[in-house]
Design a protein around this ligand. Structure first.
Ligand code: DQA
Length: 154
């Protein structure tokens, strides 16, 4: 099972960037954690970072045919990119939105994510563990053949 783990602008600075908010782990450390969890789950991950919106859009377009699901930290693009909203909608695979920090406990402008309504689920504020939890969630969703869409079960 192939899963994309996609990272948006400035996440390459993890470790250096505002460690009091994002912690001291680097993006390489996050990749290592994801790889360890993926191998435990028997998942094949493609871990990528870009600072460019269009590249993220292209990767989400690829996910449509090349991935069973996506873990996406859109970084600041999540707050305003309608191109990402369209790309996630078109991808037609479950996309779990991850934010390392709690976007609801910071500046007002961060508390709005335009992509959350089209994400399968959202993890925010659990640190880099959020990526691992997102992989676990995708594993459950994707292994459950008759799985229901979204989290609005009765
Ligand atoms: C972030 C939160 C965003 O508001 C911010 O722009 C980021 C990182 C996070 O992981 O907490 O770059 O997505």
């Amino acid at each position: 099972m192939k899963v994309f783990v996609l990272n948006g602008p400035n996440l390459n600075l993890l470790g250096d960037r505002e460690p009091e908010i994002y912690g001291t782990q680097t993006l390489d450390d996050v990749e290592e954690m994801c790889r360890a969890k993926a191998s435990e789950l028997g998942m094949d991950i493609d871990f990528r970072h870009t600072n460019f919106e269009g590249e993220l859009v292209e990767w989400l377009q690829d996910a449509r045919t090349s991935a069973a699901g996506v873990v996406l930290n859109p970084a600041a693009l999540g707050h305003y990119s309608l191109a990402l909203v369209d790309a996630i909608t078109a991808a037609q695979v479950p996309v779990v939105e991850v934010h390392i920090s709690n976007i609801y406990a910071r500046e007002d402008w961060r508390s709005k994510s335009v992509i959350s309504p089209v994400a399968y689920g959202v993890i925010s504020g659990l640190g880099t563990q959020g990526y691992v939890l997102a992989l676990e969630a995708l594993n459950v969703v994707l292994s459950d053949e008759g799985g229901d869409e979204g989290g609005d079960d009765e």
